[in-house]
Design a binder for this molecule. Structure first.
Ligand SMILES: [Zn+2]
Ligand SMILES: [Zn+2]
Length: 302
């Protein structure tokens, strides 16, 4: 749904925060992840309230956004490719980082965790210019360069990736929310139209399958019978596992290339789960999928 740019999208609605609280009670073993999700959502709202939302173009410039939508559909390129990240995020990345550090330090449990120490180590060294470079690595999925940088900041590379994704995420989410229904119906690629990654999570709603990009916090419709990895579209190649004791989730996979993705069936979900929690909710499926010889390795598809 397209959104009037002057309307500020709020993630931390009372319902969202209540769902998070209930989810912490249901999954106490995931409390740290859920608390991080809450710190992230609060940071996200801070970035959304900023006038330019990290972008160097006015969010009211509908001509510009319509032009990008047309270009994405015409060229099959995602927004990150079309907008060239070097021109994005002129402002705010560093402010968002500082905000995230504040949210994590004010959480009594998170603040005692190793992650908080690593986050502080990183934020005390990083310059705005470095942050922009790191954001570019993440958006270009250049994880080798990111690993090199993690040595310089003396933090593990997966932590560095998480932090950089956190500061970039609010802006990607805003771009996703600018997409209109016409665009989303016509986007036929399996990659997320904003960041270009193939998501590993789907949500089934009203018997339709939507890929959920957890970097951009958005969903887009995909064909049940087309493998997002190799592009095979023979219905018999697309199979799934379901679990008798857990009817609300599935592993979908392709018999041709063994690529798999996990799905939540919202029509069968008894208790709603907050957005952003999908990855944790489905994480037990990864071991099963790997034991079955399935993979997340992506082949070139077209
Ligand atoms: Zn995305
Ligand atoms: Zn395949």
């Amino acid at each position: 749904m397209s959104e009037n740019a002057s309307v500020i999208y709020t993630k931390c609605t009372p319902d969202y925060l209540e769902d998070l609280e209930k989810t912490i009670q249901r999954f106490p073993e995931l409390e740290l992840d859920l608390r991080l999700l809450r710190a992230l959502a609060k940071t996200h709202d801070y970035a959304n309230a900023a006038e330019l939302k990290g972008f160097d173009i006015s969010w009211d410039n509908n001509n510009f956004f319509q032009h990008i939508e047309r270009e994405a559909l015409r060229t099959d390129k995602d927004y990150v490719q079309l907008l060239s990240p070097i021109n994005m995020f002129e402002i705010d990345l560093h402010h968002v980082l500082i905000q995230f550090v504040g949210e994590v330090s004010s959480d009594e449990i998170l603040s005692k965790n190793d992650f908080a120490k690593q986050l502080n180590t990183f934020s005390s060294q990083v310059q705005p210019i470095d942050l922009k470079q790191l954001a570019e690595y993440v958006l270009a999925r250049d994880f080798d360069s990111l690993t090199e940088e993690s040595k310089r900041f003396k933090i593990p590379s997966d932590v560095l990736r998480y932090i950089v994704e956190t500061v970039v995420k609010p802006f990607l989410t805003q771009l996703f929310r600018k997409l209109d229904d016409h665009f989303l119906t016509h986007w036929k690629r399996p990659e997320c139209p904003i960041c270009g990654q193939i998501p590993f999570i789907a949500r089934i709603n009203d018997k339709k399958m939507f890929m959920y990009c957890d970097l951009c916090d958005g969903t887009f419709w995909v064909d049940y019978f087309r493998c997002p990895s190799c592009g095979s579209d023979k219905p018999q190649d697309q199979q799934f596992y379901y679990f008798n004791d857990k009817l609300d989730f599935f592993i979908f996979y392709c018999t041709q290339c063994k690529f798999y993705w996990n799905a939540i069936d919202d029509d069968k979900l008894k208790i709603p789960i907050p957005s952003g929690f999908e990855r944790f909710y489905l994480s037990s499926l990864d071991q099963i999928a790997q034991e079955e010889g399935l993979t997340r390795k992506i082949q070139v598809s077209k």
